[in-house]
Ligand binder design. Structure first.
Ligand code: FES
Length: 106
């Protein structure tokens, strides 16, 4: 079992079991967090899956930003150093306990 911790825009914290092999975006959407719009379905063309990665487990790492992901993030008003597009992060057992926050709507 691997869990994902999500903080919504109103500050509510939710924890749920993630499905390994799906992206963080798919997991967050599947758990009922519809405020993460993910309008393009994960094909890296909308940036509406913007999250802040607040912590990852010790020893785990996230995939590097691709040029396209960086370009999308750079165009967002609410970009922070911990910003990522959730569709670009595959969920794995190594990320058990990851903590993310859904970024404000642009
Ligand atoms: S869902 Fe559109 S960029 Fe992630």
């Amino acid at each position: 079992m691997a869990t994902i911790n999500v903080k919504t825009r109103d500050g509510t914290r939710n924890q749920f079991e993630g499905t390994i092999g799906l992206s963080l975006m798919e997991n967050i959407r599947n758990s009922g967090h519809e405020e993460l719009l993910a309008m393009c379905g994960g094909c890296l063309s909308c940036a509406t899956c913007h999250i802040y990665v607040e912590s990852i487990p010790a020893g785990a790492s996230l995939p590097d930003l691709s040029r396209d992901e960086r370009n999308f993030l750079d165009g967002l008003d609410f970009r922070k150093p911990e910003s990522r597009l959730a569709c670009q992060i595959p969920f794995s057992a190594a990320l058990n306990g990851i903590e993310v926050m859904i970024a404000p709507e642009e």
